[in-house]
Design a protein around this ligand. Structure first.
Ligand SMILES: [Zn+2]
Length: 141
């Protein structure tokens, strides 16, 4: 359900109205099915206030989202640990090092570091396998 504040352009009455969705509102509005309670005019339109979304489970949904984010960041941290143990950190030199490995057919540990979007695209264009991974700074531990 979505709640809109509607305003009657005829008598300036502002009133709340509930709709199944924003699409439903647009539909009713187009067909001029929206009437003012006061003067029955159909010159009714949405005020510029943000609609309120109502969901009975809003709070638990928020908690669920937070939990999900915490889980994801835990997974990312585990993954980071794996990367740190198994890959060499090359920092900003990632693109250079990746090319060097690719063209010199170096074997050994993989590398990780940072590269710009442009650099990543260039590496991919050259057929060099790169993967971008989510990364969080471990400031809290
Ligand atoms: Zn009115």
């Amino acid at each position: 359900m979505i709640k809109y504040k509607l305003i009657c352009k005829n008598c300036n009455l502002i009133f709340d109205s509930w709709f199944a969705s924003s699409v439903e509102y647009e539909k009713l509005n187009k067909k001029k099915f929206l009437n003012c309670h006061n003067c029955n005019s159909n010159k009714v339109s949405k005020t510029l206030m943000a609609p309120k979304m109502i969901n009975k489970n809003q709070k638990s949904q928020e908690e669920y989202q937070i939990k999900k984010i915490k889980n994801i960041s835990k997974k990312i941290k585990e993954f980071q640990k794996f990367v740190k143990n198994n890959f060499n950190y090359v920092g900003e030199n990632f693109a250079y090092e990746a090319r060097s490995i690719h063209y010199n057919k170096k074997r050994g540990k993989g590398i990780y570091g940072s590269a710009s979007k442009k650099e990543i695209q260039e590496l991919k264009d050259e057929g060099i396998k790169v993967e971008s991974v989510p990364w969080v700074d471990n400031k809290d531990n």
